[in-house]
Design a binder for this molecule. Structure first.
Ligand code: ADP
Length: 298
């Protein structure tokens, strides 16, 4: 990987605040946190990832088209839209996960800081270390809790204090207290919500800068969902988060910025509108956005 601009330090984490906890406010269609309503414009934060005129193809089928979006640093950006409009596809373009699917092709440009993410000299494995991913279904490896978290650092030849890194990652993922006395137990012995936090700890352990989350709560109960949302609010102090969600309440509660996609007649997904989450949910510019967020279609 190019040695210059991609060498960005991950800032240290910080403690949980109650400021981002979900709070219902009158006049907002779905639950919007009071803190979200008062946040400064996300545009003031520098974009960490930007997509310009991106089209993505599975074979001859164009799944998304004309995508130009920016992902601001230390914010949570939600991708919303009807099923099949290309949210997951778009998310996977941001860390080159789609490269692993044969017959796929990307047109346009995706920049990570000042670097072209798809430049020939860029190592996709290093990209995925810096831009980690958490999947819909919690997928711990059939290994101990400790070994799950240590897996990435071991793979990349981490030479420092592995015990310390494992503990710090589990702490940042808000699961240390629940597992510290059973680190040798299988990750699969945990509940679904704990498994998902373990997977977040595993992603954090490789010291990424961005965490992509593909419907991370869709297999979880409401309590575990809320825990993940609280965790996201805490993690954004140190990481940039992009989340795909089909749950509009979750997008409204948990994100700062929202990108709304829809499907065109040729079935390719495109961006209808992107803005501050509060604007998308209370005063969108486009009638289609208004119809979608108020549940009239999708
Ligand atoms: P969403 O996340 O919004 O539900 P997806 O990104 O999963 O949408 O899918 C967008 C389109 O791309 C759909 O038409 C889907 O069938 C197609 N698609 C997704 N993954 C693949 C794949 N591996 N091979 C071929 N087509 C795919």
């Amino acid at each position: 990987m190019h040695p210059t601009t991609l060498d960005v330090e991950t800032p240290p984490g910080s403690t949980r605040t109650s400021a981002d906890d979900p709070v219902d406010r009158p006049g907002v269609r779905v639950g919007m946190s009071a803190a979200a309503a008062q946040r400064p414009e996300a545009e003031s934060a520098p974009p960490i990832i930007s997509l310009r005129d991106v089209h993505f193809y599975y074979g001859a089928f164009r799944a998304v088209k004309d995508i130009s979006i920016t992902i601001p640093a230390n914010r949570i950006t939600a991708l919303i839209g009807p099923s099949g409009c290309g949210k997951s596809t778009l998310l996977r373009t941001m860390n080159r996960m789609n490269d692993l699917i044969p017959g796929t092709r990307l047109e346009g440009e995706i920049r990570y800081h000042d670097e072209n993410l798809y430049a020939p000299y860029v190592d996709p494995v290093e990209v995925r270390r810096r831009i980690g991913m958490v999947f819909q279904k919690p997928n711990p490896f059939p290994k101990s809790i400790y070994d799950n978290v240590a897996f990435g650092p071991r793979l990349t030849g981490f030479k420092g204090d592995l015990d310390g890194l494992v503990e710090e990652s589990l702490q940042r993922a808000a699961i240390w207290g629940e597992v510290k006395d059973k680190l040798k137990q299988s990750g699969l012995s945990l509940s679904g919500g704990q498994q998902q936090r373990l997977c977040i700890a595993r992603a954090i352990a490789t010291q990424p800068e961005v965490i992509l989350m593909d419907e991370p709560c869709s297999a979880l109960d409401p309590r575990a969902t809320l825990q993940i949302e609280e965790l996201m609010a805490e993690l954004k102090q140190a990481y940039t988060i992009v989340i795909v969600t089909h749950n509009m309440q979750q997008a409204a509660r948990a994100s700062d910025r929202t990108v709304f996609l829809n499907m065109a007649d040729d079935r390719a997904g495109y961006v209808v509108e992107q803005d501050e989450t509060i604007t998308i949910f209370t005063n969108p510019a486009n009638q289609m956005t208004e119809d979608y967020v108020s549940g009239r279609f999708g």
